[in-house]
Design a protein around this ligand. Sequence first.
Ligand code: KG4
Ligand code: ZN
Length: 345
Amino acid sequence: MSELVLGIESSCDETAAAVVRAGREILSSEVDSQVAEHARFGGVVPEVAGRSHLRAILPVIDRALERANVSLDELGAIAVTAKPGLIGSLLIGLSTAKALAFARGLPLVAVDHIEAHVYSAGMGLPRAPWPCVALVVSGGHTALYHARSPLEIERLAGTLDDAAGEAFDKVAHMLGLAYPGGPSVSKLAESGDPRRFDFPRYRPRVERGETPPRFPPFSFSGLKTAVLYHVRGQNALSPLPAPEAIPAREHVAASFQEAVVDALVEPTVRAALELGVEDMLVGGGVACNRRLREKLAAAASARGLRAHFPPPDYCTDNAAMIAGLGWQRWKAGIVADLALDAASL
Ligand code: KG4
Ligand code: ZN
């Protein structure tokens, strides 16, 4: 029986298709990014995203099959992101996957996008990392998981407000940098001093007599507001200054990045120690961040733990992770039918 799975991903602003053999071997991974279309709005516009997926989906699937040198007849199953994401975007991938599965008589496998980000970080490793702690940090999500296996993933903590990537995007805007903010803030931060400004790291408030939560939530809105006041001054009515008028802009970028990284590294390491696991996986667009990679790797080796990050192309949204986890689900007998629906959460 064929072990080839076609993965389809369209949950946000990337239309992606990939062919993966036996959950590990990536034969192709095509991504059509809409970043340029959304850049002038400073964020993803759902209506624009849906229409763009519709235009891109068939060419992207064709390219993935062609690059893999595989025909539809050779596939064993079709895996698709069913949640979470923008409904109008998810439905494009879902309808296409259903049509292909129905026409070819192939099993249809529903995949959770966040679980796929976790899987992505473990996919290329020579040794299976399960059980482990997994941190998913993207523009839409920031959460910590206990992953006992690719199919048993329990959420330990989420964010009270912004996602880490969203904080990067907003701070980039304050500093007059390009969207998406992660890459532009971290580039500017390279020439800055991360200790110049002591921006706040979120600490959950514990009332006297209360026991602190075992896995405290993340929060980035206080940090974001601190950067805003630093850049614009205390008067909430004054406009943002022009980028060249922001003093020590590179130090602001570096100090902000340091605060985000610290807020991610510490709870992840603590969760690994608390749960007695040795491996930590990190996925999502923010996992591209060099400082996060360095600091988590350093914290891991100081504690006898291991930190694993996918290569940058597999941190951001892609369909190889969907095909990979889809194969695991298919082999475990978890198959969907044509009534499969999309869900935003
Ligand atoms: O996973 P992803 O491609 O899409 C979502 O599912 O959200 O993540 C995109 C997010 C954006 O917020 C972007 O600013 C952030 O990942 N990002 C980074 C870096 N590269 C991308 N954040 C920090 N440092 C980076 N190098
Ligand atoms: Zn994602």
